[in-house]
Write a protein that binds this ligand. Structure first.
Ligand code: CMC
Length: 428
């Protein structure tokens, strides 16, 4: 009869063990009993990059990479992108359910009324070099917020946590836009609470002398959809950083700064920046075959392609491609889209990409939209961070409520020297 267990025979000792299987996993600690003798520490697993290790149980986001499916709290990403708003999606991620009308109004009120930042934040933002990368500024200023909200350390107080979640979702666009204004030498534009979440962000980015900035509705909607698409993606590198750092019981500002730092890397949220650089370098459709050859020779990676989880088309990339067309109706066509489309077409017919299951990911087309909207390249990872903020917070909150939570502290395989005696410097 079938049983939910796994039988293991240790050929080193001839002993057999039966381990429970739950949710398609065994508990790593159950392996510890498998020893060659009393002095043996016990069996561990070796999993660099945690490619086959479930680090938590979660109810937030489901990714089915083989079938190209992404759902937040059970809702398909396509439906949320078509019919929802970013703030509604943020509520869904944080609370687990879509809001009723009154819940949404209260949520929006709470976010809108936390968009301002303390004036002192502006002062240390001024201290960054004139050309500081806005993602570095974002990471640092998110961390710095912990010094303004010292009560945020009370992470086990649900009300207090809620307050910090409102603040972080509300202030992320303000810090992002201020980082951009600093980079471009423009005066900071304060939040306009009459505008939508995304409209206000565009206002803080682009407002100049006009008394009131009026965002273009098509661009406002496009950016809102991009934020929805980036809002969560289960245990990715930055979310894992949020959970790992948060497991030390630090405040959410410090944990989110760590998450944003993880996002900065070119293999993660920095990829959209790299895609644009790559497309510009390719420069023309005629240069694509040569670039594909370089990728296949492993000289460079095709940025915006491939994913740890998706071994099929990333469903977000499909939506971003459609959003691009709505943006181009307003901004005019970004010529890079033609290079991207042709690159995708050639790659998806090529044996290397097919056999490696490499498809466009969310970042392949998003940068082309941002560029058409006149958002400078260094801002791309920052936009990703604004979108990902509710996901990080939902996952952080879930981790704190998890009875299985322990400080994240992996093991290692030590392959270094045995004990050695200190040698004075003149005898080395
Ligand atoms: N171009 C060319 N080859 C690739 C690529 C790529 N973009 N991605 C993976 N490969 C190859 C890689 O060379 C390796 O080949 P082989 O088995 O012959 O040695 C194989 O595919 C597996 O690669 P891997 O690095 O072990 O795969 P991974 O799951 O560790 O990496 C990834 C996932 C996203 C880091 C990687 O696909 C990549 O570097 N992509 C480009 C950067 C990018 O677009 N990142 C954004 C990810 S989506 C947004 C986000 O969540 O941040």
């Amino acid at each position: 009869m079938a049983k939910d267990t796994l039988s293991i025979t240790d050929n080193r000792t001839g002993k057999s063990y039966e381990l429970p299987v739950e949710h398609g996993t065994i508990r790593a600690l159950d392996l510890r009993q498998i020893k060659t003798g009393p002095d043996d520490f016990g069996l561990m697993t070796y999993d660099p990059g945690l490619t086959n290790t479930a680090s938590c149980k979660s109810t937030v986001t489901m990714v089915d990479g083989d079938n190209g499916i992404l759902r937040y709290r059970g809702y398909p990403i396509e439906q949320l992108a078509e019919r929802g708003t970013f703030l509604e999606t943020a509520y869904l991620l944080v609370h687990g359910e879509l809001p009723t009308q009154s819940e949404l109004e209260e949520w929006q009120y709470n976010i809108v009324h936390h968009t301002f930042i303390h004036e002192n934040v502006k002062k240390f933002m001024d201290g960054f070099r004139y050309d500081a990368h806005p993602m570095g500024v974002f990471v640092s200023t998110i961390a710095a917020l912990s010094t303004f909200y010292r009560e945020a350390k009370q992470i086990h107080d649900a009300e207090c946590r809620k307050h910090q979640i409102h603040r972080l979702i509300a202030k992320a666009p303000t810090l992002a836009a201020f980082a951009y204004r600093h980079m471009s030498g423009m005066p900071y534009a304060y939040p306009d609470n009459d505008l939508s979440y995304t409209g206000n962000f565009l206002s803080m980015m682009f407002k100049t002398t006009e008394a009131k900035y009026e965002p273009n509705p098509a661009l406002e909607r496009a950016l809102d959809v991009l934020f929805i698409l980036h809002a969560d993606h289960e245990q990715n590198c930055s979310t894992n950083a949020m959970r790992a750092v948060g497991s030390s019981a630090v405040d959410p500002y410090s944990a989110m700064a760590a998450a944003a730092a993880a996002l900065y890397g070119p293999l993660h949220g920095g990829a959209n920046e790299m895609v644009l650089t790559m497309l510009r370098e390719i420069g023309s459709v005629k240069n694509i075959p040569a670039h594909i050859e370089r990728v296949k020779n492993k000289e460079v990676r095709l940025m915006g392609f491939g994913h740890r989880v998706y071994k099929n088309y990333d469903p977000r990339a499909q939506i971003v491609k459609e959003v691009a067309e709505t943006v181009f109706e307003v901004t005019g066509r970004n010529p890079l889209i033609d290079i991207a489309l042709e690159l995708e077409r050639i790659a998806l017919e090529d044996e290397y990409f097919l056999s490696h299951k490499l498809y466009p990911n969310v970042d392949f087309y998003s940068g082309i939209i941002y560029e058409a909207m006149k958002i400078p390249i260094p801002m791309y990872p920052v936009l990703f961070a604004i979108g990902r903020t509710p996901g990080w917070l939902a996952q952080w909150q879930e981790s704190l409520e998890d009875p299985d939570l322990r400080i994240v502290r992996p093991r290692q395989i030590y392959l270094g020297e045995g004990e050695r005696q200190y040698v004075p410097i003149d005898q080395r």
